[in-house]
Design a protein around this ligand. Structure first.
Ligand SMILES: Cc1cc2nc3c(=O)[nH]c(=O)nc-3n(C[C@H](O)[C@H](O)[C@H](O)COP(=O)(O)OP(=O)(O)OC[C@H]3O[C@@H](n4cnc5c(N)ncnc54)[C@H](O)[C@@H]3O)c2cc1C
Length: 429
């Protein structure tokens, strides 16, 4: 198995000329090496056990240590912050490969890297980066993102969590629900109202964001049970009761919480899109394998036209979804606005992943309805991605508003730093 050592990283052949309007559909040698690394990792460390973990709702914590060893938990974080220093397309590659095996792996990338680490990297002070980002990128600490509350999901402004100033500190209170890795993570982004007057008039400039640690007094968490899918993953809740947090733990400025949340979600949606593309691919591959072996009336079912149609749709959905996330990754690499592209990629890939998994079950007949085959797990797993990080309805409305000119990509105070190879930064050996 290839480890993402510094030597490999320094060989990244990131072409400066791609800063021009060059469209290159080829993955680089390093992208392919990374892809193979993740494929080998999931084939050896996850695929043999995932049926059992899913059946028993078993969360295998040690798998994150293995992902950390490979550098995956900081794949697109610069090396000087403890990461592997790959580009943002690499993040998409990792997510596609992980979710082609099981969604719980990609969810970890989404919350740990997409929603948390990239936000600390972009909005954090140098002190916050050293204290939180570095151990996260190395995989020594696991991080997640606490936005949703029991009564506030799509309606972020409807949240009730609050922070009140006390000298140089803040006193945090609130309940966060449906938090991926909520009962196992070490670090949390916590969004809450810091201006109660603005809360009354639903003015989002009264929201702020704090970095919270599990070890802080007043923190408690639990695991949610009875989920349809992602049973090998941890989905939880956490509660803050009079948690004292120093001012230095505020991410961004006071009143920038909503902007940070939207920034984080944009990166998270990119990981969800690339991951859902992996579900489409896995559904297609399982269907092709089954159609090439199952015989009915003396012939392979792959000869039946309606089976072919389902496989053709999966192939088309895979190729289209892949192009959409690759375009989003390209925009991120070049520091261009990508909110609209990430939303489109997330919306389309997740909806198509549900269709692909459902069709894969039908191709498998009754066998598809049991966990002797992986396709029923794909369907149970992929449904949540149509709900989190903006529901299907929310993305449909956003895309319509962009098309109608009712919504614009607004420049924020902080944007995701474009990718810079070690060579470009002058740090290669
Ligand atoms: C497995 C899983 C993991 C999750 N992980 C995290 C996490 O790590 N961190 C986190 O903060 N959250 C997480 N979430 C929460 C997730 O982001 C929310 O569930 C999601 O935002 C939807 O909110 P809701 O469940 O409150 O649904 P609601 O907002 O109540 O929506 C219910 C329905 O109403 C529709 N609707 C709502 N508002 C509108 C509107 N304005 N216009 C049109 N239709 C609308 C929705 O489309 C939906 O169909 C997770 C959820 C799941 C299922």
């Amino acid at each position: 198995m290839l480890k993402l050592s510094n030597k490999i990283l320094n060989r990244i052949n990131y072409r400066e000329e791609t800063n021009q309007a060059v469209i290159d559909f080829e993955l680089t040698e390093e992208h392919r090496a990374l892809q193979n690394t993740v494929r080998e990792f999931v084939a050896g460390e996850v695929a043999p056990y995932i049926k059992e973990w899913d059946e028993k709702s078993h969360f295998e914590r040690s798998i994150f240590d293995k992902m950390a060893e490979l550098g995956l938990l900081g794949v697109c974080i610069p090396e000087h912050y403890g990461g592997a220093g790959f580009d943002y397309i690499s993040l998409g590659i990792v997510c596609e490969e992980l979710e082609a095996c099981d969604t719980f792996l990609r969810v970890a990338m989404s919350v740990h890297v997409g929603l948390n680490s990239l936000s600390v990297y972009s909005w954090g002070t140098e002190e916050q980066k050293q204290k939180y980002l570095v151990p996260q990128a190395k995989g020594e600490k696991i991080a997640t993102f606490g936005l949703t509350e029991p009564n506030a999901g799509s309606d972020v402004i409807g949240m009730r969590s609050s922070a009140k100033r006390d000298g140089d500190d803040w006193i945090l209170n609130g309940e966060k629900m449906w938090i991926s890795l909520g009962d196992v993570a070490d670090h949390f982004l916590f969004f809450c109202w810091t201006d109660q007057e603005k809360q009354k008039v639903r003015d989002h400039s009264g929201l702020s964001c704090f970095i919270v640690e599990r070890s802080m007094a007043g923190f408690s968490s639990g695991t949610l049970h009875g989920k349809l899918g992602i049973r090998a993953g941890n989905t939880g809740y956490f509660s803050l009761q009079d948690v004292r947090v120093p001012q230095v733990n505020m991410l961004g400025n006071e009143g920038e919480g909503f902007k940070i949340a939207m920034f984080s979600l944009e990166n998270g949606r990119y990981t969800v899109a690339s991951g859902a593309t992996g579900v489409i691919r896995a559904s297609r591959d399982a269907s092709v394998a089954y159609a090439n072996t199952r015989e009915v009336q003396g012939q392979k079912i792959g000869n039946f036209q309606l089976v072919k149609q389902k496989i053709a749709n999966m192939e088309a959905d895979y190729q289209m979804s892949r192009l959409l996330w690759l375009k989003t990754g390209y925009l991120k690499n070049h520091g261009k606005p990508s909110a609209k592209a990430a939303s489109l990629a997330k919306w389309q890939a997740t909806v198509r992943s549900e269709q692909a998994a459902s069709m894969a079950i039908e191709i498998h007949g009754a066998n598809g309805y049991t966990n002797d085959y992986p396709v029923e797990r794909y369907l149970r797993n992929c449904k949540a991605a149509i709900i989190y990080e903006g529901t299907r309805d929310i993305h449909t409305l956003m895309q319509a508003d962009w098309a109608l000119g009712l919504k614009k990509e607004k420049a924020a105070r902080v944007t995701l730093p474009p990718y810079q190879s070690a060579e470009a930064k002058g740090t290669s050996s």
